[in-house]
Design a protein around this ligand. Structure first.
Ligand SMILES: Nc1ncnc2c1ncn2[C@@H]1O[C@H](COP(=O)(O)O)[C@@H](OP(=O)(O)O)[C@H]1O
Ligand SMILES: [Mg+2]
Length: 265
C-alpha cells in the first residue's frame, strides 16, 4: 500500500485503487468494442468474459496492494458464503452488464470497488470507461471526479424547489419503486444503468435514488461511499444507515439522497 504521510490511510488505499480500476476498465472497453456473448448465471443474471477478465485484474491488484484485506466480488461466488470480516473489499467488476450487452452504445456500465469497515463503506471508486469518468470518495474527506485529464471536487446539492430529479434503473425498474416515487417524489425522473445513479446525485445533478427490488451489496457499496463523501445520504428504508456484510451480501430496500437527506418533505 502507498504510504504518503500527507494523506490518511483511507486516502492512500483509494489512490492505489485507481490504476487497478483503469486497467479493468481498459479491458472491459476493449471487449465492449469487439462485442461479446453473455452466459446466464444461476441467479438468472448475465455474465460475460468482460466481467470475468475485469474480476481477475481487480483481485490480483487488490491482493498486491492489501493482501490482508478479504475480497468479496460478485464474480467470485465461492466467497459469497463467507462471513463478513471486520474489513473487506467489495467488488462489482462490471456493474450494468445488461447495458454492456446493449448495442446502442449508452456506455452506462461501471467498475466498482469499495472498502467496508465494521459494516460501513468508508471509501469507494466507480469508473465508467466509455464515459471517461472516474468517481472516488473517502467518507469524511470528500469526493472527486476525474475526467478529460483533470480532477475536480464534487458535492451533492440541496434538493431544489419542485423536488429535483429521481434516478431510476434502466433495466430493473419495478412497480414498488414506481409507487413509492409517486407518493414521495414531486419532481422529475431520469434513467441510467448501473451505479452511475449514485454518481449523478454525488455530483449535484440529481437528488434521489430509491430502490425496493433486489440489489446486491456490491452494486451499492462504492456509490454509497462516494455519495456520503460528497455530502449525500444513504439509508435503509426505515431511515437507519445501510449496513454491509448481510447474509449473502444481499441488500434490502434503500434510499439515497443528496444533501437534504431524509425524510423527504
Ligand atoms: N433480481 C435481482 N436480484 C439481485 N440483484 C439484482 C436483481 N436484478 C438486478 N440486480 C442487480 O442490479 C444491478 C443493475 O442495476 P441497475 O438496474 O440499476 O443498472 C445488477 O448488477 P450487474 O449488472 O452487476 O449484475 C444486479 O446485481
Ligand atoms: Mg452489479
Amino acid at each position: 500500500m502507498t504510504h504518503d504521510p500527507a494523506r490518511s490511510r483511507h486516502s492512500n488505499i483509494l489512490k492505489d485503487l485507481f490504476p487497478i480500476m483503469r486497467e479493468a476498465g481498459r479491458v472491459i472497453a476493449e471487449i465492449y468494442r469487439e462485442g461479446t456473448e453473455a452466459e446466464i448465471k444461476d441467479d438468472g443474471s448475465p455474465v460475460t468474459r468482460a466481467d470475468k477478465a475485469a474480476n481477475a485484474i481487480i483481485e490480483k491488484g487488490l491482493a498486491a496492494i492489501a493482501p490482508e484485506i478479504r475480497i468479496i466480488s460478485e464474480e467470485t461466488p465461492e466467497n459469497h458464503d463467507l462471513p463478513p470480516a471486520d474489513a473487506f473489499f467489495i467488488v462489482d467488476p462490471l456493474d450494468g452488464t445488461k447495458e454492456f450487452l446493449r448495442t446502442d452504445g449508452t456506455g452506462e456500465f461501471t467498475v466498482n470497488i469499495a472498502l467496508i469497515e465494521h459494516g460501513t463503506p468508508v471509501l469507494g471508486a466507480i469508473y465508467a470507461p466509455m464515459l471517461d469518468q472516474l468517481f472516488a470518495g473517502v467518507v469524511g474527506e470528500g469526493a472527486a471526479l476525474s475526467t478529460g485529464g483533470s480532477t475536480h471536487v464534487i458535492e451533492a446539492r440541496e434538493r431544489p424547489a419542485g423536488g429535483g430529479v429521481a434516478m431510476v434503473s434502466r433495466s430493473h425498474r419495478d412497480a414498488q419503486t414506481d409507487d413509492w416515487l409517486a407518493q414521495h417524489h414531486k419532481g422529475s425522473a431520469a434513467t441510467i444503468g448501473s451505479s452511475l445513479k449514485f454518481c449523478l446525485i454525488a455530483q449535484g445533478k440529481a437528488d434521489l435514488y430509491s430502490r425496493f427490488s433486489s440489489i446486491m451489496e456490491w452494486d451499492t457499496a462504492a456509490g454509497d461511499a462516494i455519495l456520503r463523501a460528497a455530502g449525500g445520504h444513504m439509508m435503509a428504508s426505515d431511515g437507519t444507515a445501510l449496513r454491509y456484510g448481510k447474509p449473502g451480501y444481499r441488500n434490502g430496500a434503500f434510499i439515497a439522497t443528496g444533501a437534504s437527506g431524509w425524510p423527504l418533505t
